[in-house]
Design a protein around this ligand. Structure first.
Ligand SMILES: O=C(CO)[C@H](O)[C@H](O)COP(=O)(O)O
Ligand SMILES: [Fe+2]
Length: 229
């Protein structure tokens, strides 16, 4: 996986048909998804449950792009090797999942994955000041984590601040929550390059009508790229 700052659209399979993940992944990739975003929730760090490493491993053969695994779990460290074995390319842990995010990021890289750190809306940009050389991706949550389909919380100021703190380091800024063609230009202009979108990609489509996914992805990308003037 090489680094670039082009806009990447990462559909979240949280909004896919849970009985049909393999075909759903193939459908979004065939329709232009750059990455596949996988939301892991534990019913403890967040008030919802999704899937664990065994399910993520079953997704792997279907993902031909980048498997971007967003852990909303606490604790994290004892599961890192399981997600490496499951085939995650990027593994993101929340800074709020504590207690030792510095160690967690080191362990993710040591296990052979790109290391991401996620920030809840209430967590300031300064929280990652001393982690910038240990991280490959900063995920700025624009909803409180736990559910798809929530309303976008404007974190544009935080994104701008992070892009300036990052300087010329090869660190992605990912936006997660409520991204659609209206909100995408705000965060892209501020310096984000990975846009996660669940409901705005899957809305109106299905594996029988994958072209709807394609139109939705295209609309988000065009809106985001339009902001680069
Ligand atoms: O991490 C998440 C929720 O905690 C999801 O990735 C996110 O909510 C995407 O869904 P949507 O685009 O519908 O908001
Ligand atoms: Fe997510």
């Amino acid at each position: 996986m090489s680094f670039d700052r082009k806009i990447k659209i990462a559909p979240s399979i949280l909004s896919a048909d849970f009985a049909n993940f393999g075909q759903e992944i193939q459908a979004i990739e065939s329709q232009g998804a750059d990455w596949v975003h996988v939301d892991v929730m534990d019913g403890h760090f967040v008030p919802n449950l999704t899937f664990g490493p065994q399910a993520v491993k079953a997704f792997r053969p279907h993902v031909k792009t980048v498997m971007d695994v967003h852990l909303m779990i606490s604790p994290v460290d004892q599961y890192i090797d399981a997600y490496a074995d499951a085939g995650a390319d990027v593994l993101t842990a929340h800074i709020e999942a504590g207690p030792h995010i510095h160690r967690t990021l080191q362990a993710i890289r040591a296990a052979g994955m790109k290391a991401g750190v996620a920030l809840n809306p209430g967590t300031p940009a300064e929280a990652v000041q001393h982690l910038l050389d240990l991280t490959d991706l900063i995920c700025v949550m624009t909803v409180n984590p736990g559910f798809g389909g929530q309303k976008f919380i404007d974190m544009t100021g935080k994104v701008r601040q992070l892009r300036s703190m990052i300087g010329d380091r090869p660190v992605h800024i990912e936006i997660d929550g409520g991204v659609d063609p209206k909100t995408a230009p705000l965060v892209a202009e501020a310096g984000a390059d990975v846009l996660v979108a669940g409901s705005a990609v899957f809305r109106g489509g299905s594996v029988a009508q994958p072209e709807v996914y394609g139109e939705n992805i295209k609309a988000i990308r065009a809106a985001a790229e339009g902001s680069w003037t």
